[in-house]
Design a protein around this ligand. Sequence first.
Ligand code: ATP
Ligand code: MG
Length: 668
Amino acid sequence: MADYAQFYRRSLDERDAFWAEQAELIDWKQPPQQICDYSHPPFARWFVGGTTNLCHNAVDRHLSQRALQPALICVSTETGQERSYTFSELHVEVQRMAAVLRALGVRRGDRVLLYMPMIAEAAFAMLACARIGALHTVVFGGFAASSLASRIDDAEPTVIVSADAGSRGGKVVPYKPLLDEALRIAHHKTAQVLMVERGLAPMSLVPGRDHAWTTLREQHLNAEVACEWVDATHPSYTLYTSGTTGRPKGVQRDTGGYAVALAASMRHIFDAEAGQTLFTAGPPQGEKAAPCPSGAQDAPAPGGGDPRERRSVGVFFCTSDIGWVVGHSYIIYAPLIAGMATILYEGLPTRPDAGVWWSLVEKYRVTHMFSAPTAVRVLKKQDPRYLRRYDLSSLTALFLAGEPLDEPTAHWISDALGVPIVDNYWQTETGWPILTIARGVEKLPTRLGSPGFPMYGYDVRLVDEATGEDLKEPNQKGVLAIEGPLPPGCMQTVWRDDARFVGTYWGSIPGRQIYSTFDWGIRDKDGYYFILGRTDDVINVAGHRLGTREIEECIAQHAGVAEVAVVGVADALKGQVAMAFAVARDATGLDAAARLRLEGEIMKLVDGQLGAVARPARVHIVALLPKTRSGKLLRRALQAVCEGRDPGDLTTMEDPAALEQARALAQG
Ligand code: ATP
Ligand code: MG
């Protein structure tokens, strides 16, 4: 196995040679003429002169070798439906969708907005857009009408693809009324609407504007739609950031750089590959791998098929939503580009019970799982027996991203699963991990609480936010920044707003043009990085600078705490004080006295570990915390209600009740 430090150095020192090699992981129609054009910083253009297609790389490319292998496995614990598509079937469905979009007027460069639940048609639509060179803009299904309307106005889509309804926790959420309302208030008027009828909620179609997917699909059953070869720099999609710290930014991504970055990440970071079907028991020893005899059928059907058949096909199960970047990269594109099967899951992690994900790991022999700390914290509240019921021997690792992974949660899930837990830190803007362990290069040990090391291609720095200087010594706290050019796969610009791209991301560190992640971090003496929180989340108590994350980490160690958020609140005397909102592990059994006791214990814990400066002024015990749809804590909203201010843009908030409770407590 190679030496990661060397691999990393080479990616920066011999940048073009390094990425030219990675570019061979994908198919090109025309190979690139120039690896990186950074003549107009901070705008980087990767693989200039090359032409390719994301859909070709995700689907068509595999037909010669694994046409009958499963590609897309759709599981809904909301509707009880389960259906798997081979690469060949996916190819057929994507062409039908592509033909329908074309028939509705979509051309290369046009935008198609997806407002979809986690169903197969969402994947078909994304891939179909890529196929015909249109840009998709996925908006979380069920977002409020006003949030949807503002994204319609920003993207100006030719077509909107939606469905009658989504479902969450058994509750049907009709999308059509929200979409109708959004289209009514949006200024952009020309969109045609394609509706997938799931039969979950009644809906009426507006003549001339709305079209039924089943009807149009019927008309294009035998459609053959060739891939449009587009320039490597042709935009593939736009996607909004989670809106945790303010108004969401519309990230614009390219095609060639993204395809290369994802293919490289599957190999070097996730250590994942397509694999093939093997006979592992029964046939004589030494029997060679045999091609999948039954291909199209679902993974090992209990009691059916050849009992000796054992798939070693790579199966990627990413529990995210297609509405955010993890879903784009690691539900749809990366696993398919790698020729793996990918699981598209609609439902909660706890329904019908907390074992549902692990039952899928067993059933489909999942090799790689990707989730978020927020989901693990949900499971942590459940009986750990649910995890032990299933055969998880196929699983090589669990990857977690999106939020800091606190040590107790990491310990809990690692003990429960018995596989490596790999934290990975990145952003919508970057499209793939910035910090993690490159398991395909060298399986360096993970360190609890740390996402690991800078990934190849990212020239990561810690900088002093006041002077802009690089912090070179271990354990110095600074802003996590990236020296340009950003590697392939990262954002090209803010959609239709180059000035915001340059000004926001590259203009916040004094004296130098360097990309700011707006996260605050530290590097230990061995080079492991730790994320301390958002730069906005640094609290200044009587001159002491504290990361909210440090206090949260400390409080999370209390056995009675399931989850916690800490914010800095303006204080006349101290400048700022910390305020904590904690979700008790057993909220139902807590009376007033028990709450008070818990609050006292938490304060004592912080006192003992971090000192009295970090001690929260109050610890509020709440039922749930305000989060974005992608599961991120909305600390800025908590802070605003504590300070009696307007919480700002809440379009991405999951459940308003959480913020209301916090407001009542903070002001009460
Ligand atoms: P917005 O930019 O609109 O405020 P957001 O930053 O939450 O929203 P995302 O791009 O979805 O939008 O999230 C990226 C951010 O999530 C990172 O900048 C970081 O703050 C946090 N994050 C992601 N992964 C990790 C991780 N492994 N550890 C710690 N923090 C993480
Ligand atoms: Mg952000």
